[in-house]
Design a binder for this molecule. Structure first.
Ligand code: C5P
Length: 221
C-alpha cells in the first residue's frame, strides 16, 4: 500500500502547518484527523445531539458528510460539512475543546477509523493527529512526534489569534492548552504518546523552516 508519514503531537505544536507543507512538497495526500473529531462535535451540536450521548455521537461520526477542498498555497484546506463551509467554525477554541471531549470515547474513535485509513492512497499520505503512528497507521514507515513547550504553543496560538483580530488573554490560552493536553494524554482510548518507533522533534525555539527541514530529514527526503 501507499507510504505514510505520521505526524502526531499536542495541539499548537505546529503540526497543522508542517503537515500541509510536507504534503505539498511531496505531492502527497493530507489527512487532518483532528478535523474529523472537530466536525463530529460540531455536527452533533448542530443536530442537537448531546456531547455525552455516546450512541448519538457514534451515529453522527459514522454519518459525517464531509469534503476537504484543496486551496491555493498558504491557505488552509477548505472543510465542507453537508455542503456548508465550516472551515472557520471548526477552528475555534470551543470546537477544539468539544473535539477532545468526544475523542475520549472509544466507540466514536472506532466509527472514524476506516474513514481515516481510506486517505492512504498513491503516491502517499501525510497524516496529522494524536494516534496516527500508534493506532491508525501502525505500519507507517516514517513516524514523527512533534512537541513544543506549553508556553511556546500558547504564544504561537496567541499570535495567530491576534493576527486574526481576536483579542485573547495569554494566561487563559495557556490554561486551555494544559487542560486539553491533560485530557488527551490521560484518556484510556488512544492516549497521546509517541509511537515506540517515532522520531521526536521538539520545535520549541525553531522556525517553521527549521522544523520542516528536520521533518524532511526524518522522512529521509
Ligand atoms: O489537532 P486538533 O487540535 O484539531 O485536534 C482536536 C482534538 O481532537 C484533540 O485535542 C484530540 O482530543 C482529538 N484528536 C484525537 N485524535 C486525533 C486527532 C485529534 O483524539 N488523531
Amino acid at each position: 500500500s501507499a507510504p505514510v508519514i505520521t505526524v502526531d503531537g499536542p495541539g499548537g505544536s505546529g503540526k497543522g502547518t508542517i503537515t500541509q507543507m510536507l504534503a505539498r512538497k511531496l505531492g502527497w495526500h493530507l489527512l487532518d484527523s483532528g478535523a474529523l473529531y472537530r466536525l463530529t462535535a460540531l455536527a452533533a451540536v448542530r443536530q442537537g445531539v448531546s456531547l455525552d450521548d455516546e450512541n448519538g455521537l457514534v451515529k453522527v461520526a459514522a454519518g459525517l458528510d464531509v469534503a476537504f477542498e484543496p486551496t491555493p498555497e498558504g491557505e488552509p484546506v477548505k472543510v465542507i460539512l453537508a455542503g456548508q463551509d465550516v472551515t472557520a467554525d471548526i477552528r475555534t477554541e470551543s470546537a477544539g475543546d468539544n473535539a477532545s471531549k468526544v475523542a475520549v470515547m472509544q466507540p466514536v474513535r472506532d466509527a472514524l477509523l476506516q474513514r481515516q485509513r481510506d486517505f492512504r492512497q498513491a503516491p502517499g499520505l501525510v497524516a496529522d493527529g494524536r494516534d496516527m503512528g500508534t493506532v491508525v497507521f501502525p505500519d507507517a514507515p516514517v513516524k514523527i512526534f512533534l512537541t513544543a513547550s506549553a508556553e511556546e504553543r500558547a504564544q504561537r496560538r496567541y499570535s495567530q489569534l491576534k493576527d486574526a483580530g481576536v483579542d485573547v488573554n495569554i494566561d487563559a490560552l495557556l490554561e486551555e492548552i494544559r487542560v486539553r493536553d491533560e485530557r488527551d494524554m490521560n484518556r484510556s482510548a488512544a492516549p497521546l504518546k509517541p509511537a515506540d518507533d517515532a522520531q521526536v522533534i521538539d520545535s520549541t525555539g525553531l522556525s517553521i523552516e527549521e522544523v520542516l527541514d528536520r521533518c524532511m530529514a526524518a522522512a529521509g527526503q
